[in-house]
Design a protein around this ligand. Structure first.
Ligand SMILES: Nc1nc2c(c(=O)[nH]1)N[C@H]1C(S)=C(S)[C@@H](COP(=O)(O)O)O[C@H]1N2
Ligand SMILES: [Mo]
Length: 518
């Protein structure tokens, strides 16, 4: 019976989630307890653990989070089921404690009583189910105990039948609860998804054309070496990093960008207002501060958008303002130096990525893209507000969690090939990678074999100083173990050799590869 009690706890917990999902449709996006809890876990994960998760699981970090939460939920619910008795509702108390906690978190995250409803109603349903199932299990186990105690007084086998019937009632109850849980959860997903999904809308968006189309980049900007990252990163391969557990679904019908705070003239732009302006198209290599040495949280795309310096100038920032705090529809923020956004670089309010409307995961319908700055201080997706303020008055999402307020991208490189094999045959080999020094420009890449001299690599043609360049180095690999290193040069000289972790303002050091040649 212990196993059945555990299963009863788990299906009752599933009912909590299913019902909550359904109620969430009516209460508001993001209020289902699983997401509210997940988002809270994300916001409060210690930095070290978060970094480890991002560098270990990369873009799968969210899936891993949900799996971990699921395992914890199954264990807790199973224990609650085992502890519950008809006249001793310990499991129900466990449910109630978690339910009230989730309700408080839900209320906090979407502001108000509506946010608490999914958890409250879901938990009530779960407790009812747990009570009902436990009553059946208790009855069944009393009967089977009676059967075992007095087998000789049961010559007809009638009590055997009664015990079997009791067991059937338990299994029936568990199955019915499971079906209800799945049904409610699916209904919630479908109704909620249909109401808020902007996939269909995005497919209909017709992007405006820039007045001056981007010239084709020279053919030798993309060296097309096997194993080498392409110059342009296709949208489907572009890294994704954000705190959003449900991808925000923001419609162009309701989207607007409010520029306010320390300005002479607050303005609000709608999607239609944007379409009346002149877009530009620019190549910019975006990078994440959490990108480890040799990591892949970096990508290069063709962005269509509107110059931020022009939009900001229209609001006329006050002379003592020095920060633009951009807000997303889901409450994330980034603090960008106003000076950087006004120094003539191609900082954009982007609406297109590689010729398509922004993918929903990359910020549809509008995001910021700022050459030379890490994403966490500049690249706000689903952006809805630019608040003009001061660094001594405001802090942003990551700066409140120990990351540096300033986040210029550091000059660096990655060895793409040879990679991940560790062993290779002797003879002529091409070592190749990408190098970046956004808004300063890559002036050279050097490769070092073992502890020999640093030798110049061949560079692809520079397209802009805001994008990465590929490099190749021909090497005659001799048998034995070798260590390969690479470094980028920008106008200030070679990148620093000092190894530093990603916290608080980005990793430094040379990418290094040990390889066995036979
Ligand atoms: N709304 C929102 N925008 C965000 C983030 C976020 O968590 N939420 N993360 C930022 C970070 S840390 C990076 S590196 C870039 C990544 O952009 P991408 O996912 O399009 O590659 O988005 C930035 N914009
Ligand atoms: Mo990032």
């Amino acid at each position: 019976m212990v196993f059945l009690r555990a299963v009863a706890g788990v299906v009752a917990a599933a009912l909590v989630l299913g019902v909550a999902e359904l109620v969430a449709v009516f209460a508001g996006v993001g209020s289902a307890p699983a997401y509210a809890l997940g988002a809270t876990v994300v916001d409060h994960t210690p930095d070290g653990l978060r970094e480890w998760a991002i560098s270990t699981f990369g873009t799968h970090d969210k899936a891993v989070l949900f799996v971990c939460m699921g395992v914890v939920a199954v264990v807790v619910a199973g224990i609650a089921g085992v502890l519950e008795r008809k006249n001793r509702p310990i499991g129900s108390v466990v449910f109630a404690v978690f339910g009230v906690g989730a309700a408080v978190i839900g209320a906090g995250r979407i502001g108000g009583f509506a946010g608490a409803l999914p958890a409250l109603i879901g938990t009530a349903a779960g407790i009812l189910a747990l009570r009902g199932l436990t009553r059946r299990i208790d009855t069944a186990s009393e009967r089977s105990a009676a059967k075992h105690v007095a087998p000789e007084s049961n010559p007809s086998g009638a009590e055997e039948l009664v015990a079997k019937a009791g067991r059937r009632r338990v299994l029936g109850g568990i199955a019915a609860t499971g079906v209800l849980a799945i049904g409610a959860g699916l209904a919630g997903r479908l109704l909620g998804g249909a109401r808020r999904d902007v996939t269909a809308e995005r497919a209909m968006v017709e992007l405006p054309s820039p007045a001056a189309p981007l010239p084709d980049f020279p053919p030798d900007a993309d060296l097309r070496v096997p194993g080498l990252t392409s110059y342009i990163t296709p949208n489907s391969d572009f890294y994704r990093i954000d705190t959003a557990l449900i991808v925000p679904q923001v419609s162009t019908d309701t989207w607007s960008l409010r520029i306010h705070g320390m300005v002479e003239q607050e303005i609000t732009l709608t999607w239609d207002d944007l379409l009346r302006r002149n877009p530009v198209e620019r190549l910019v290599t975006l990078a994440c501060v959490s990108n480890p040495i040799n990591g892949d949280l970096i990508g290069n795309a063709r962005w269509l958008g509107y110059r931020l310096d022009e939009l900001l100038a229209q609001a006329r920032p006050l002379p003592d303002a020095d920060m633009v705090l951009s807000h997303s529809s889901d409450g994330w923020t980034a603090g960008t130096p106003l000076a950087v956004l006004s120094d003539g670089r191609d900082a954009l309010l982007a609406i297109g990525m590689n010729g398509e409307p922004l993918p929903i995961q990359h910020g549809y319908p509008a995001r910021l893209v700022v050459p030379g700055l890490f994403g966490y201080v500049s690249a706000t997706k689903w952006v809805t507000e630019l608040e003009i303020t001061r660094f001594d008055k405001a802090t942003a999402y990551w700066t409140r969690r120990g990351w540096s307020a300033q986040g210029p991208i550091k000059t660096g490189t990655r060895i793409d090939t040879p990679r991940g094999r560790g062993r290779m045959p002797q003879g002529r080999t091409v070592i190749a990678g990408v190098a970046w020094a956004q808004h300063r420009g890559v002036t050279g890449v050097e490769v070092q074999i073992d502890d020999g001299d640093w030798r110049p690599a061949h560079l692809s043609t520079e397209v802009t100083i805001d994008t990465w360049r590929q490099w190749t180095y021909d090497w005659d690999a001799t048998p034995g173990q070798h260590t390969l290193r690479a470094r980028t040069l920008d106008p200030t000289g070679p990148q620093t050799a000092v190894s530093q972790d990603v916290i608080p303002d980005g990793a430094t050091g040379y990418p290094t590869l040990t390889i066995q040649v036979s």
